[in-house]
Each structure stands twice: as structure tokens, then as C-alpha cells.
Design a protein around this ligand. Structure first.
Ligand code: THU
Length: 136
């Protein structure tokens, strides 16, 4: 019998984890630091920051660092993600697509250095996303 427990979302803790990892962002080119914290079904918080590169297209966003870290640790069930920037910026299109792959209804909590500014489900951020069902 499969048991699915509900993982409670502690928004303040998730945002705080994203704020802390944001300090480790490597963003010498844009100077735009981003921190992300992903809550997984087992209650873990997995963080990521953006990592830029002198070859600009090699930059990776904070959200995808957190998500790929989680996947590589064997965690695929996502409950929520917090994203912290200086101005409450929302996730880019590629990150929205990557979130939709694993957790289309997951809430995305968007915050700045002081407060939560918005919260949307992934599917509101990227309606009609390309899904595994489209690969027929
Ligand atoms: N960035 C993120 O980390 N996440 C996003 O969703 C948007 C953009 C990063 C990429 C780059 O290092 C910097 O922010 C400016 O685009």
C-alpha cells in the first residue's frame, strides 16, 4: 500500500533557506544574485544559487541548481519552491519548464530580501507547458 503523507509548507523557513544560499551566488557579471530552496516530499530542503560563467550561455539559474541537486539525490517529489532575489523577480522560462516536468501544481513562493511578494502554482507561471504526455 502506498502512503502519501502531506508535507506541511513552512514558508518562512523555505524563504530563509533561499535567502541564505543566495549569499553564495556566483554572479560577477549580472550582479543579480538568486537563491532557491526546494521542499521535497520527505521534508528535506534542497537549495541552489545561480552560477554564472564568462561564457554567458553557460550560466545556470538557482532554481535549476536546486532541482538537479534534488534529482541527483534521488528526490523527485517536490512540494514547494522559494525563490529569493533583490527585487522579487520571477523564475525564467527555462526554470518554469523544468519545474513543470516534476511538479506542475507546486507553489512557487517569490520573495525579496525582506518579504514574500507573490505565490503562484507552476502551471500559472507556465500555462500549456510542454509535458511528458506531449512526447508521443
Ligand atoms: N537567474 C536565476 O538564477 N533564476 C531565474 O529564474 C532568472 C535568472 C539568474 C541567471 C543569471 O545568473 C542572473 O540571474 C541574471 O539573469
Amino acid at each position: 500500500m502506498s502512503q502519501k503523507t502531506t508535507t506541511v509548507i513552512n514558508r518562512d523557513a523555505l524563504v530563509e533557506a533561499a535567502r541564505q544560499v543566495r549569499e553564495r551566488a556566483y554572479a560577477p557579471y549580472s550582479k543579480y544574485k538568486v537563491g532557491a530552496a526546494l521542499l521535497t516530499q520527505d521534508g528535506s530542503i534542497i537549495t541552489g544559487c545561480n552560477v554564472e560563467n564568462a561564457a554567458y550561455p553557460a550560466c545556470i539559474c538557482a532554481e535549476r541548481v536546486a532541482i538537479t541537486r534534488a534529482i541527483s539525490e534521488g528526490k523527485r517529489e517536490f512540494v514547494a519552491i522559494a525563490v529569493v532575489t533583490s527585487n522579487g523577480g520571477t523564475p525564467c522560462g527555462i526554470c518554469r519548464q523544468v519545474m513543470a516536468e516534476f511538479a506542475p501544481s507546486m507553489p512557487v513562493i517569490i520573495a525579496d530580501e525582506k518579504k514574500i511578494v507573490a505565490e503562484y502554482p507552476v502551471s500559472d507561471l507556465l500555462p500549456h507547458y510542454f509535458s511528458p504526455e506531449d512526447l508521443v
